[in-house]
Design a protein around this ligand. Structure first.
Ligand code: FES
Length: 156
């Protein structure tokens, strides 16, 4: 844990140098904390708050505003599949079921092996290439029943 906090604080210090006010580095610091801890739990928020000199409540308020921040432990990979109108018309909801059966994961949950968390997402800006999903930071478009399984098989 100490090593994670030390590494995070180094990353935050690098971010703070880019801004005239340390508080302006809140978002990149929260992203760094999420990468280092896997999610923004109490220890991650405390480390960021200490380094930026802001309260944990302020950071939590910021972090809960953005949907890309995770507030509980997740699987090794986070699948965000869009089910908004365009992707829904392309069959996104069927893909959610296929993913659920193939990888034993419910929307909003994590597979028992800790491999995947499945999040039903709002539009990710690829409506013309739906169904669309993000796996961690990777974008995947024009998904089919076959391609979604093949893509996810690549995430161990
Ligand atoms: S509706 Fe799915 S990416 Fe826009």
């Amino acid at each position: 844990m100490r090593q994670v906090i030390r590494k995070l604080k180094g990353r935050i210090d690098d971010e703070v140098k880019k801004y005239p006010d340390a508080r302006a580095a809140a978002l990149p610091s929260l992203y760094a904390a999420q990468e280092e801890f896997g999610y923004l739990g109490p220890a991650a928020l405390e480390a960021v708050a200490e380094e930026l000199g802001v309260s944990k409540a302020t950071l939590k308020g910021t972090a809960t505003f953005y949907s890309m921040f995770r507030h509980k432990r997740t699987g090794r990979h986070v699948i965000r599949i869009c089910t908004n109108v365009a992707c829904m018309l392309f069959g996104a909801e069927t893909l959610v079921s296929i993913i659920g059966v193939a990888f034993n994961v419910e929307p909003g949950g994590t597979s028992p092996d800790g491999r995947f968390s499945l999040v039903i997402s709002e539009c990710i800006g690829a409506c013309d290439r739906g169904p669309a999903m993000l796996v961690d930071e990777d974008e995947h478009f024009n998904l089919t029943a076959g391609s979604v399984i093949e893509i996810l098989d690549g995430y161990k």
